[in-house]
Structure formats: C-alpha cells, structure tokens
Design a protein around this ligand. Structure first.
Ligand code: URA
Length: 205
C-alpha cells in the first residue's frame, strides 16, 4: 500500500484503541472513515449508529443502504468511489447529541482525513457535520443545497438520509439534495457555473 491509502490505514490503526474521550466506553469499534483515498466526493456523517458500531464501518445500516442507493441511482456512482467519514468515530449512547468536547477531540482526525483525501466537494449530512466544518450555525433545513466555502474546501450541506427513514415526507427533499449534487458535479465549473432553477447559492465567508 502506498501514499494516501497507507496514511489512512496508519491513522486507522493508531486510533483503533482510542480512549481520548469518554465515548470509548460506549463503543465496540472505532468507526474510522472508509472508501476511495482518491475520492472527489467525501461524505461526512454525524456519528456511528448501532450497526456501524458492531461492524466497525461507517454507514452500513439502513441510512447507509439508502445513501448507496441514492448515489447509484441519482449521482450514477458506486459507494466505492466516494469516501465516507463521521464527525465522531464512537457511538454516543442512544445516539444523543454529542458534546462540544467530544466533537473537539475527534475533529483533528476528521480534518486530517480531509487533508489526505483532498476531495473536490465535502457533503455534510446534517447539522453537526456542517457545524464541525463551517462557521455557519443555521440549521440544515436553511443551509442545504447551498455551497459553502470553508477555507480551501467546498462544503455542500445535505439532509442526512436517515431523515427520510424517520420521516417519509422528507424523502423527496433528501432525493432533491442528491439531484442538485449531481448537477453540481456535472457542471464544467463546479463552483462558478451553477445555473438554472435548481442552482444552489454560493456562500462565501
Ligand atoms: N449515521 C451517521 O451519521 N453515521 C453513520 O456512520 C451511520 C449513520
């Protein structure tokens, strides 16, 4: 293994027994990121759920299956071509809201994964993921489908696929976030040329 893949594997190995915050007591596995080290698209979820904790892989439960399906059917790419990570690598009990300290403890490892992968676009799935990577504090309902510049990276906030599982009436909105993602990726200039009725606003700060 060489380059990015080796660096990610080393980091995953070093974090295998991580006890930096109290969440280590709640986990079966540290759920490190997974996917292509050369991915152009990175997804950042919030925290592993039960299935992820048991299997040690991100997005392998129902929300992960829906993510795979939307990626394949709308964006036209397989899961293997993207990289998927989480804000937290351990599962908070009952998946309650993580504390600021837990997020801060885990953040450097998420940032390092982003640095290594250097994706063209980072899709943040929900409020915590968006707040962890940008300085925007509005909710996901307000921020979704708007490109946000975060330092040298571009962040695209979306509804978490789990939203559609918990609330069937949100399925069309979740789908629309993927339709717009596909339009952005197909645009000759991802960040200057987005036009048309579905175009997200560019937000710079
Ligand atoms: N939801 C998340 O936010 N992360 C996972 O890994 C799975 C479900």
């Amino acid at each position: 293994m060489i380059g990015k893949a080796a660096e990610l594997a080393d980091m995953a190995e070093a974090l295998r027994g991580c006890e930096r915050c109290g969440l280590h007591e709640t986990r079966t596995h540290v759920v490190f990121g997974a996917g292509s080290p050369d991915a152009q698209i990175m997804f950042v979820g919030e925290a592993p759920g039960y299935n992820e904790d048991v299997q040690g892989q991100p997005f392998v439960g129902a929300a992960g299956k829906l993510l795979d399906e939307l990626l394949r059917d709308i964006v036209g790419i397989p899961r293997e071509s993207v990289y998927i990570a989480n804000v937290l690598k351990c599962r908070p009990p009952e998946n309650r809201d993580p504390t600021a300290e837990e997020i801060d403890t885990c953040r450097p490892f998420l940032l390092r994964q982003i640095e290594i992968i250097a994706p063209r676009i980072i899709c943040t799935l929900g409020n915590f993921a968006t707040r962890t990577l940008t300085d925007r504090r509005e909710g996901i309902t307000k921020l979704r489908r708007k490109m946000i510049r975060a330092g040298i990276r571009h962040v695209y906030p979306m509804f978490h696929p789990a939203a559609a599982l918990h609330r069937g009436d949100l399925y069309e909105d979740v789908r629309l976030d993927f339709v717009t993602l596909k339009q952005l990726l197909d645009s000759p200039d991802l960040f200057r040329d987005a036009a048309g009725p579905e175009a997200p606003q560019m937000e710079l700060f």
